[in-house]
Design a protein around this ligand. Structure first.
Ligand code: SF4
Ligand code: SF4
Length: 460
């Protein structure tokens, strides 16, 4: 399979000293040469030729690379979608550089874990909260960011405040539990509960499937995770080399010879496929997993589908999303979806031998309920390369997409034309999360052919 996404670490330099990050302290990342604009554009062209259509520009702090704008522009000229995650620091010069990049960024993220200067300093090792807040305020006027919030015991009591701050700026906030990559996950029950409670908050992005996955990894530290490194996703270092096997377990960096696609197709490269290596046991480096959760129709797939579609809904209709008035009912209903997910099992616990074909990439190879008749490789690959990445066309989230993409604009149209009153519009919007969730459970139950029996679901 050709890679369709790249994580491009344009620099390993960073002006922050976050306690949960090792880019600034680990010698493997220090002193790496960086490509200039011309060399960077050439690498992007080669990645495009190899099939890459999505590049996540990251680091270190990617905005420290003075050629970032030129690289983003090069992507747009080739039709490659882009993502940038910045820590928002660096003063007015850095801020202006970032603002100049915004027209060429599709997904724009800024890290913000706290609004308390003391906590910020403790977690990030620098005293620059004010700069970050100003960057969020200024960039929000042009393109509201998604705030990346790493939730720990320290800041879990601050989520309402952070969400309110984000909402004030038209931004969403992704609440991510803190995790250690290679400790087989770690149970942070209090943190996870605090995050789960915000699942229906209008601008909170919560990924239920990751919490479920962490728990599973924590129980079995020898488990090989579903990982897309060096199959769907490749990692590029600051000097344009391939980072193998991934950024987190970086064992080596090597230049490709010839074209990157040809290089990756070589026999010896199979040994670097994510998920098969010794270092992969118990790994929870989620940036490499999202794309593979949708390849096996298990509990994680179901939770990912729902989390992801609800996140899209919140992002697209942020100004209209109501604060969930009936949150208690919604959270109880959510438990039902989680029960359904539990009934689907995991199906990913089988150990895979190095060099064998990874069944994650060929869902027909899995014993799943939806694709008994096998999903063709063509259909799967076509869906996978859609912009939203999780695009299996026969799964519930495709139907859900139609549901919300039609429902919300139609309601808005009716309100604008005076066909429904403002009160009626507000009531319908208010009710919509519950209607959608009930519909989702019902639809999933049918698709996965499960039946509710007492307090659990069973596959028929
Ligand atoms: S800002 Fe990002 S790259 Fe820099 S130290 Fe913090 S987590 Fe690491
Ligand atoms: S499973 Fe983890 S360690 Fe292994 S390649 Fe993937 S991200 Fe890296």
């Amino acid at each position: 399979m050709k890679p369709f996404a790249a994580k491009f670490y344009v620099t390993f330099r960073c002006n922050s000293r976050c306690e949960y990050c090792n880019v600034w302290s680990d010698q493997r990342y220090s002193g790496k040469a960086e490509l200039d604009e011309v060399e960077g554009k050439r690498v992007i062209e080669e990645l495009h030729e190899a099939g890459v259509r999505y590049i996540d520009f990251t680091g270190g702090e990617p905005n420290l690379h003075k050629g970032l704008k030129a690289l983003l522009k090069a992507c747009k000229a080739l039709g490659i979608k882009t993502e940038v995650t910045s820590n928002g620091t660096g003063g007015s010069e850095a801020r202006n550089r970032l603002i100049e990049c915004l027209p060429w960024i599709d997904k724009f993220n800024i890290s913000l874990d706290t609004l308390s200067p003391e906590r910020y300093k403790r977690a990030r090792g620098i005293d620059r909260l004010e700069e970050v807040v100003t960057t969020i305020e200024e960039t929000s006027k042009i393109k509201p960011p998604k705030l990346m919030v790493v939730v720990t015991d320290e800041n879990k009591d601050e989520l309402d405040e952070i969400l309110a701050f984000a909402r004030k700026h038209g931004a969403t906030a992704y609440l991510s539990p803190v995790f250690k990559y290679f400790e087989g996950g770690k149970e942070h029950d209090d943190v996870e509960l605090a995050i789960r409670e915000k699942f229906f908050a209008p601008n909170a992005i919560v990924h239920l499937h990751f919490a479920r996955f962490f728990k599973r990894q924590a129980k079995n530290k020898h488990q090989m995770p579903p990982c897309s490194a060096n199959s769907q996703v490749i990692t590029i270092g600051p000097d344009g080399s391939l980072v193998l096997p991934c950024y987190h377990a970086m064992a080596k960096m090597e230049r490709w010879t010839g074209k990157p696609g040809e290089h990756l197709a070589r026999e010896e490269m199979k040994a670097w496929r994510g998920g098969f290596l010794e270092c992969c046991k118990g790994c929870t480096a989620i940036p490499y997993f999202g794309g593979t959760f949708n390849l096996t129709l298990n509990g994680e797939f179901l939770l990912q589908s729902y989390s992801h579609k609800l996140a899209q809904l919140k992002t697209e209709f942020l100004n209209e999303m109501p604060a969930a008035g009936n949150e208690k009912v919604l959270l109880e209903l959510l438990r039902e979806l989680e029960m359904l997910a539990d009934s689907l099992g995991t199906e990913t616990e089988a150990p895979y031998e190095t060099g064998t074909e990874n069944p994650f990439f060929y869902p027909g190879g899995q014993n799943c309920q939806l694709f008994k008749e096998r999903l063709s490789k063509e259909e799967y690959e076509h869906d996978l390369q859609q912009a939203d990445c999780w695009g299996l066309s026969r799964a519930p989230h495709r139907s859900y997409e139609v549901f919300y993409k039609n429902t919300y604009p139609e309601l808005r149209r009716k309100r604008l034309c005076g066909e429904i009153s403002e009160n009626e519009y507000q009531r319908k919007i208010q009710e919509s999360p519950e209607v959608q969730l009930r519909w989702w459970i019902d639809k999933s139950q049918k698709i996965f052919r499960t039946e509710r029996r007492g307090n659990s679901y069973r596959i028929e």
